[in-house]
Design a protein around this ligand. Sequence first.
Ligand code: DC
Length: 230
Amino acid sequence: MEKFNIAIDGPAGSGKSTIAISLAKILGFIYIDTGAMYRAAAWKALKENAGFNDEEALLAVTGKLKMKIQPDLEHPVGYRVFVDGKEITGELTSPEVSLKVSLLAKVSPIRRILVEQQRRMAESGGVVMTGRDIGTVVLRDAPVKIFLTASAGERARRRFLQMEDEGRAVDPALANESVKVRDKIDSSREDSPLKPAEDAVIIDSTSMTIDEVVNKILEIIGSRRKAGEF
Ligand code: DC
């Protein structure tokens, strides 16, 4: 089968990663979560005590970031992240990183650096890539674009369960607030705001199971291929 790319965008807690991991396993594709790249840069900026309102400082950190994303579908999050040779996968979803990452992700020159890396990772095809701007910016030519949504309450519930799974003691109200703040910044920023691409299929997963969403996407792929679209 010819290698094509799948772009999946959506807000925090919409189920992007779970769905992408499942699709990658079924199709034998590589899963790339671009959020992890923004998070790795934010993690390093926190380590270096960069001010999150200081765009120059954030850009300097990202510009010299030695980051490696190693796809690993056997790992619970689907990949492992190394910065300066040290694994930091488990630290990327800390409340501190989650709180600050949107401030870094709205800086245009930082986005340009990471978008270029993301395009390179997908140039051979066979990639399921998740993020906020994959269908609209990073992989504009991807033949399959999905915009995944879910109600705000359901998304907060999923994020809370995910954090509990990771062994983090979190206050559900705080988890809810953190997701809301992040979504607001991600959707209202000037550069590459979170929005569906014109040719994306919008899937509301609020009352769907993981398998139902995955099967729906497989059906979309199947019918498009049958129609000779790619
Ligand atoms: O998907 P996530 O919650 O791990 O994303 C972390 C942050 O990075 C979030 O604020 C959105 C931002 N992001 C982005 O702006 N563009 C992407 N392609 C992926 C994530």
